[in-house]
Design a protein around this ligand. Sequence first.
Ligand SMILES: NC(=O)c1ccc[n+]([C@@H]2O[C@H](COP(=O)([O-])OP(=O)(O)OC[C@H]3O[C@@H](n4cnc5c(N)ncnc54)[C@H](O)[C@@H]3O)[C@@H](O)[C@H]2O)c1
Length: 342
Amino acid sequence: MLKVLLCLFIFPLMAQNVLVTGGAGFIGSHVCKQLHDQGYTPITYDNLECGLESFVKWGPFVKGDLLDKQTLAATIKKYKPVAVMHLAAAISVRESTDNPSKHYWNNVVGTLSLLDAMREAGCDSLIFSSSCAVYGTPEKLPVVETTPYAPQSPYGRTKQMIETILKDYDDAYDIKTVTLRYFNVNGCDQDSGLYEQRSDQFHLVPLAFNAAFGGDQLKIFGADFPTADGTAIRDYIHVKDIASAHIKSLAYLEKNRRSDHFNLGTGHGFSVKGVLDTIEKITGKTVAADVVSRRPGEPSKIIADITKAKHILEWKPEHSSLENILGSYYHALKQNLLENKP
Ligand SMILES: NC(=O)c1ccc[n+]([C@@H]2O[C@H](COP(=O)([O-])OP(=O)(O)OC[C@H]3O[C@@H](n4cnc5c(N)ncnc54)[C@H](O)[C@@H]3O)[C@@H](O)[C@H]2O)c1
């Protein structure tokens, strides 16, 4: 009886809130799902520029922009989150080169606005989504967290600038941040109906599936890299593993009250052609593709050293075989097509 009462009335009242900026986006929505599964209440804050309201399923939604410090501070005061997970950002590398103003305002100034709202509202724990783009083309692989910054795009520079700001805000205002440098995030939680879908798609996996099912031919940017098959090698990580690292980071911050940086990848790389071969095996279809010239600033290979996250966060990737990443995306795609069939 006591157990029933606790479950029905007491535990829900005790659930801790976590504010998730960008919670209506691809990765943010998966983070919200895992927060909910772990007994937290995710509060999504998103302007829906790229996110979908239908992805907000596990807690309250506040529609707002990072640059709106007042609404951010009011949201933090209202929900009193134990931490903020900051995923909201403009993420297209190409767009950042064409329109750096948008990226610097949105990502850098937007993060300043969030940090100042946190100060005003008395929240001092942050988990920040950074990127392997801060490393550019590292000389040594796998890349470790102490590798010097060398971003090669305005997008990567926004992440570097934010990391620098976070260090200063820790020193001056004691805001502690776990910075997670994601490598290439793909896959989806098959049971949740969430998967990467955006109108301005530029990621390899969704574009390749689209090409396999009669959409636009895929462009392979460069087949003359110094790799076994000539195409670029990347470290692909399942979005569920990225989400679980956020839960581990929350526990780390609670226990240690210390800022730190961690790579999130698998430590293994796959070439573009390797990814396309696996998609063809899974779907039984041919990925129509054409080789075009390399994009400037693209490394031939980048792979994470994840020793630090394994030891300190006690995290490891559990869903990130290439077959599982691509298979989960294919499953969600089929489900979605079936559900939306006239
Ligand atoms: N997808 C990857 O492979 C990858 C790799 C490294 C890092 N990251 C980082 O992970 C985070 C999430 O990426 P994603 O792939 O889920 O992208 P996404 O575009 O699906 O999600 C970003 C979300 O942020 C929201 N947003 C953007 N600017 C906002 C603003 N000013 N105010 C409020 N909401 C805003 C968008 O509407 C969207 O819902 C980003 O910070 C990105 O830089 C992603």
